[in-house]
Design a protein around this ligand. Structure first.
Ligand code: DGI
Ligand code: FE
Ligand code: FE
Length: 290
């Protein structure tokens, strides 16, 4: 079966909305594969098949778990958790896909796991950030995925965990292990390309971030990179001079001035970037090396 034949078959199996989501995940996965140097054809195929078992009946899914010796603990979880692992064996029978890397990426696309392959991370993130996703972290994780795939994985795992706990759902352990594994302190800080010159000239000395970058403290030495630079070349070394928690209403004109915008514009800007965070962190820094 070639890609287009598989695509037609997938179209016949999935309800319309699910099929459209699948096509957006394909496009996103291809883009990420190109960005991070993964095998584009594998990413395309894994994305096309990732949700193929989503509409399957729960009883049948559980039969697959038993028949194909998948992790028996999966039987304690809902179809949201089962559909990836079941698809990883289903595609072997129904689409003659034998590639272990593709099967693994489909297996873990919902909950991740520790130490994922590049392809697994791409499918996990493509599913989380396809442009029509409705969760409140879309913009933030999409931006991070422009330059740091591991950090995007950490954020996606974190926000999924928070959501599940909030809804009294059971956590499938690989999700927690995924979060722990990717939750390493990161001393790199990303900026938009247009800010690079201002940082190098010493004109820009402040940035406002959310909790995920609140572990920085006075005296920390940070490596500045730009989001657009996939090779993560450090363009400047910065020393943190101050980290101050601020609520939105405390954002004053002085902070806005550093951004060259009005207070209202700054609040607006931060609201789009961090819609869920009431508390933000002003980070002031000093250029110590170019
Ligand atoms: O299949 P999609 O809707 O495209 O997305 P997905 O495969 O990422 O599934 C998302 C759902 O799965 C979402 O509602 C959260 C849920 N989920 C992810 N990890 C776990 C989980 N549900 C439970 N109960 N436990 C988990 O560990
Ligand atoms: Fe899924
Ligand atoms: Fe999906």
């Amino acid at each position: 079966m070639n890609f287009n034949e598989i695509k037609e078959k997938v179209k016949g199996i999935l309800p319309e909305k699910r099929y459209e989501h699948t096509l957006r995940v394909v496009d996103t996965a291809v883009m990420l594969a190109e960005r991070f140097g993964a095998n584009v054809e594998k990413a395309r195929l894994a994305a096309l098949l990732h949700d193929i078992c989503k509409p399957m009946d729960e009883v049948l899914m559980k039969k697959y778990v038993v028949k194909y010796n998948l992790d028996i603990k999966l039987l304690d979880y809902p179809t949201e958790v089962l559909h990836g692992p079941v698809a990883s064996v289903y595609i072997e029978k129904e689409f003659d896909v034998q590639d272990e890397e593709i099967k693994m990426a489909i297996f873990s696309h919902t909950f991740g796991r520790k130490h994922m392959s590049l392809l697994e991370k791409i499918i996990f993130i493509a599913d989380y950030i396809e442009p029509q996703r409705k969760h409140p972290h879309l913009k933030e994780v999409t931006e991070v995925a422009e330059y740091d795939l591991d950090e995007a994985v950490r954020l996606a795992a974190k926000y999924t965990l928070v959501y599940l706990i909030d809804n009294d759902e059971r956590i499938y352990p690989p999700l927690l292990k995924c979060y722990n594994y990717y939750n390493i302190k990161n001393y790199q800080v990303g900026f938009k390309e247009k800010n690079k010159e201002k940082i190098l000239s010493g004109e820009k000395i402040i940035t406002i971030r959310n909790k995920s970058e609140a572990h920085f403290k006075k005296g920390d030495v940070l490596e500045a990179i730009t989001y657009d630079d996939r090779t993560k070349t450090v363009f400047a070394t910065l020393e943190v001079e101050l980290v101050k928690a601020v609520t939105r209403d405390k954002l004053n004109d002085r902070y806005a001035k550093y951004y060259g915008v009005s207070r209202e514009e700054l609040i607006e800007k931060l609201a789009t970037r961090y819609p869920e965070d009431d508390e933000l962190y002003v980070i002031m820094f000093r250029l110590i090396k170019k």
